[in-house]
Design a protein around this ligand. Sequence first.
Ligand code: F3S
Length: 391
Amino acid sequence: MYLSREEEMMWNGEFGDIIERAIKAVVRYGELMGADRLVKISHAHVSGISIFNIGDAGLSFIEDVAEGNARFRVYTTANPYAAVDTTFEGRAFNDVIVAKQRRIIESLRKLGATAFTCAPYYVRRPGLGEHLAWAESNAVLYANSVVGAMTNREGGPIALLEALIGRAPNYGMHLRDRRVPDYIVNVPKPSNYVEAAVIGYLIGRLNPTQTPLVRGVPKGIPEDWVRAMLAGFGASSHQPLMLIDGISPDLKHLKCLIPESLERVSLEERNIREFIKDHECSTADLLVAGCPHLSPNELPEIVARAVSVIRSGKVRARECWIITGDFVSDSMLKRVGALGDSRVKILKNVCPVVTRLNEIGVNSVCTDSAKALHYMPKLAGVNAYLLTSLR
Ligand code: F3S
């Protein structure tokens, strides 16, 4: 692989041992993926920071890196961490887990992580054509498909190493000619947030290893519906890009290059309705909204609706957790919190999906997120259902 003068210096240890090891690992990974060189990135996003997911081995890896002199070379954000500081009806996580999760957060802060959210595009929105090294599927999909930035769907540890050297291997989504559709899927017009999330999820299930060109998404669809659709798609597919007619900037250059012979498939309204019917429920221990993290624009309305849904008994739940990131100001939190009910908690910077909720007495969750629905049984140890009355 071609290395610039500065990259050679990193390779030869002139920036220290950690950077030398980081560039050697990233180059090895790049060679396996067929990259010809490294590309400079402007923003890295690290995932995989829940103590429940990465365990002691992941904690040692992050602490070892942070104990050296190396620091992130580019603007870096990280995924939300496990909600170990939160209680459920007064039940708390054990102190050992809480302490380990805090050590992970502290090490990442020491390395230079500026925020802990799965919506880094609300913290720093990348520019068109900007090269990134993002891990976290919904963020990767949002960056590529909505913003027109360029990032592969990195793994958590690799994104951390890429943050240290400010480079990513030049392959896949960093190459314009790889950002093309493999097939066309026509979708029905979603009539709410949950339907948009389910459409994304079902597209991913159609063909998890190919890039769709999605047609039928109406102009002017709310931004959070698009986010929900991409998050759902990311849960059931491995792809880093969904090209959406009328939304994805790449399509402006591609239009005339898309062959008419591309395979076409359709999702029907009944597919969406049946999926929702099979998964919805109105009774659970816990309601969860904010997977991915809610934007400041949505938060007040979702909190107000959650309070109303719980008070009216329309959904029977013991608590409701509404999740967002640090991009929501304390004054807004205070204002929104005042709408509340003690059963409705607004949590920042955490991910309930990567939290072993069964350890604090939660057995079932109702959520408006197709992504949470997919992952929670395995990662959170709970039964998960769709919540349709919040949106
Ligand atoms: Fe975010 Fe966790 Fe959902 S990282 S997208 S809240 S699974």
